[in-house]
Design a protein around this ligand. Structure first.
Ligand SMILES: Nc1ncnc2c1ncn2[C@@H]1O[C@H](COP(=O)(O)OP(=O)(O)O)[C@@H](O)[C@H]1O
Ligand SMILES: [Mg+2]
Length: 334
């Protein structure tokens, strides 16, 4: 038995009794996993079609950004109204959560909105996708959730136009287990975000691919949800479970929680499957589905290796256009 095993047993099992004794809510939480998070992208999901030439090799040309502190943030030159906190959520991996988090945030920033993106996935795809070298970071969202570090102290300002980032590093992998024994463990993120309300138009949370405590924290912290759904086989698989978790949190902790929009991703109009799945999802969710559909395009999968959003990597391409359209729809939905 490894050190981690005994650690997990101690920390994990007792507090579950505690919560029921205190009459706290009991939210079904997926068992924390012991290993480092799996590589979430199965090989077959890597775009493999050839009609778009990749112009440059992966990993080349990456320019990592300096890690500034919030005190160095450029002044905000418009009045911020109500802050909308939106979690980008789906416990399935590889459906386009991080891609949407980065590119929607960046598109809104370029449209003049003040945006904060919180990376809540230990894999830190949103962090690296915005050009932040994770190895250089001394703090991340882990410290906010488990060491009472104020959110403002881990914000990296201006990673893109009008866009700030709360990064995640692999340290966050431990949070799922460590949170179990903490007081008010479901409210950590909500409490941390509180002081930043009024400072941003939008705060997005890029969720991990599970329904564990990190995801529950984002359900408690969020006002609304964006659920990306990949237009593939089993598109709706797991969605019922996600909606149940949403309902449970809504009933007990966050009454105003609701779906902000369902987003169809990785759409390939040439395949009947994509069209059928899109129709099925629209049938199921009605006008909760955004009109904008994100197409499958290799440029969207390349941009993160340059640490820039699609609106900078391929501004005229269909990926950028679709995320700009999505940003407009988000603004329209209020
Ligand atoms: N519209 C798209 N077209 C092509 N590739 C995409 C698209 N959206 C996402 N990808 C790629 O698919 C993989 C999974 O996407 P990602 O956004 O990381 O999903 P999640 O955060 O839900 O796990 C990544 O390699 C990403 O670059
Ligand atoms: Mg992700």
């Amino acid at each position: 038995m490894g050190i981690f095993d005994s650690f997990r047993r101690d920390k994990h099992e007792k507090p579950i009794e505690d919560t029921s004794r205190n009459g706290e809510i009991e939210i079904e939480v997926e068992e924390p996993v012991e290993e480092a998070p799996e590589e979430e992208i199965p090989e077959e999901e890597v775009p493999d079609f050839q009609e778009e030439e990749s112009t440059s090799p992966y990993g080349k040309g990456v320019e990592m950004k300096p890690i500034r502190s919030y005190s160095e943030k450029k002044p905000v030159n418009h009045v911020i109204g109500t802050t909308k906190v939106i979690a980008i959520i789906n416990q399935k991996g590889g459906v386009g959560k991080s891609t949407t988090a980065v590119n929607l945030s960046a598109a809104l920033g370029e449209m003049g909105k003040q945006v904060l993106l919180i990376d809540l996935d230990p894999q830190g795809n949103a962090t690296s996708g915005l050009g932040i070298e994770k190895n250089q970071l001394s703090h991340c969202i882990y410290d906010v959730l488990l060491a009472d570090t104020p959110l403002v102290d881990v914000i990296i300002p201006d990673v893109s136009q009008e866009l700030d980032l709360v990064p995640a590093t692999i340290n966050l992998a431990g949070a799922e287990v460590e949170l179990v024994s903490e007081m008010a463990r479901e409210n950590r993120l909500k409490d941390a975000i509180g002081p930043m309300r009024g400072k941003y138009d939008y705060i997005f949370i890029d969720c991990p691919p599970s329904l564990g405590l990190l995801t529950v924290n984002s359900l408690v912290a969020a006002d609304k949800l964006i659920i990306p759904i990949q237009t593939e086989f089993y598109a709706l698989e797991g969605v019922t479970k996600l909606l149940e978790s949403m309902k449970r949190v809504k009933n007990r902790l966050n009454p105003s929680l609701d779906i902000f929009g369902i987003l169809l991703t990785m759409y390939d109009g040439r395949t009947t499957l994509s069209r059928q799945v899109a129709a099925e999802v629209r049938n199921f969710f009605g006008d909760q589905v955004f009109e904008t559909i994100i197409p499958r395009t290799v440029k969207l999968s390349e941009a993160p290796s340059y640490g820039i959003p699609i609106t900078q990597y391929d501004p005229q391409g269909k990926g950028a256009i679709s995320y700009v359209n999505l940003a407009k729809e988000v603004i329209e939905r209020g």
